[in-house]
Design a protein around this ligand. Structure first.
Ligand SMILES: CC(C)(COP(=O)(O)OP(=O)(O)OC[C@H]1O[C@@H](n2cnc3c(N)ncnc32)[C@H](O)[C@@H]1OP(=O)(O)O)[C@@H](O)C(=O)NCCC(=O)NCCS
Length: 150
């Protein structure tokens, strides 16, 4: 894998936040956040927008999360199709865990999203529930997963 750097973005990182919003439209069009949502998350004390950058500063992937006290939510993770299966999502998750420390980390994932579910399982997440018809377009259950981060 080429050298990839993980950066925590702030609201001032306007171009990279824009790239995150564009990448999400490609990777998760059904649940894509607006640029304003990325900027707002990056500006919250509890918020995280982590970007995976190649040496030429091209955006390979990103992750968003929020953490309050001992509970965190992983709200988005996406890697550009041409960078997948190279460990980049794993690097983003590792960086998040280093930032948030020992907390319960939750997420929801579409039942049919087997690549993402496999990724989460590989990194120690366990299924802790199902939210019936949580998603729309198309209607689908969410699998609720949890990781006790170290
Ligand atoms: C899920 C996603 C973020 C994984 O990113 P990634 O950088 O390819 O993941 P990594 O290389 O760090 O991890 C790879 C592991 O993820 C799982 N995985 C990733 N793609 C997979 C696929 N197409 N089929 C099966 N397992 C897959 C496997 O466990 C794999 O481990 P392996 O290579 O040893 O088999 C990426 O596929 C993606 O952006 N998907 C679209 C957006 C999305 O669905 N996000 C999650 C919303 S809840």
């Amino acid at each position: 894998m080429q050298k990839v750097k993980i950066l925590k973005l702030s609201p001032e990182d306007a171009q990279l936040l824009q790239k995150c919003a564009e990448l999400e439209k490609i990777c998760i069009p059904e649940e894509a956040w607006s640029l304003e949502s990325f900027r707002s998350e990056a500006g919250k004390p509890s918020g995280f927008v982590l970007a995976a950058l190649e040496e030429n500063r091209k955006l390979a992937g990103f992750l968003t999360a929020s953490c309050i006290l001992d509970t965190a939510d992983l709200t988005n993770i996406a890697v550009a199709p041409e960078y997948r299966r190279r460990g980049i999502a794993g690097l983003l998750l590792k960086k998040l865990c280093a930032e948030i420390g020992k907390v319960s980390l939750f997420l929801e994932v579409r039942e049919s999203n087997l690549p993402a579910r496999s990724f989460y399982q590989k990194h120690g997440f366990e299924q802790v529930g199902i939210r019936k018809n949580f998603y729309q377009h198309p209607d689908e259950n969410a699998i609720l997963m949890k990781l006790e981060s170290e």
